[in-house]
Design a binder for this molecule. Structure first.
Ligand code: URA
Length: 206
């Protein structure tokens, strides 16, 4: 069976607005079926920094915007403290639909990590966003984003905070903000996350 891919849905040479509109109809893998909507990237088309997360969460799926739930709030706070205002950053996800399983009881939807095939299927959208924004630096939050950009052997735990090269892009990886929220010592995890974002700030220069 042919691998699933978003590629047939991605209009060639389209700007971000046209890409966003086309992504609403993406059926490149099956994640679109239970999800409420596609959550495309957001931010200035000429942003110097592009941040990649994993996939929209429950709040993002309902609101249609990336990183607007609890992990997004933590990201916004850390960006501001690192002197990197969210308004100047293009923020997106490796996978554009929320993958979840229903909770055994109640209406809650439990986040499920996307499979490698789903990440690969969605990559044409991320490549199109990168091609339009052409950021000076890409930041990957967590393993799914890092593996999407730097390959499946990449280990954030060993390489976080270091400057990497992926094709035409300089990349820095760090942990996902939701891992900071879950960490046993949240203050320590937050300090390490902030240190990585300050490294990003230093590499961006003025
Ligand atoms: N986690 C992500 O990786 N992306 C979002 O947009 C929200 C939560």
């Amino acid at each position: 069976m042919a691998a699933r891919s978003a590629a047939p849905f991605v209009p060639e040479g389209a700007d971000l607005a046209a890409l966003r509109a086309a992504a609403r109809g993406c059926e490149g893998c099956d994640l679109y079926r239970p999800a409420t909507q596609t959550v495309f990237g957001e931010g200035p088309p000429d942003a110097r920094l592009l941040i990649v997360g994993e996939q929209p969460g429950d709040v993002e799926d309902r609101e249609g915007q990336p990183f607007v739930g609890p992990a997004g709030k933590l990201l916004d706070k850390a960006l501001a403290e690192a002197d990197l205002l969210r308004e100047g950053v293009y923020v997106t996800n490796a996978v554009k639909h929320f993958k979840f399983v229903p909770a055994e009881r109640g209406k809650r939807r439990i986040h499920k990590t996307p499979a490698r095939g789903e990440v690969v299927a969605c990559l044409p959208w991320l490549h199109a966003e990168l091609g339009q924004v052409r950021p000076e630096l890409v930041v990957c939050l967590g393993a799914t984003a890092a593996k999407a950009v730097l390959g499946s052997a990449y280990k954030v735990s060993e390489r976080r905070g270091q400057l990497e090269q992926a094709d035409d892009y300089r990349v820095i990886t760090t942990v996902h903000p939701s891992s900071v929220l879950r960490a046993p010592d949240r203050a320590e995890a937050y300090a390490a996350f902030l240190a990585d974002l300050r490294t990003v700030r230093d590499h961006l220069g003025t």
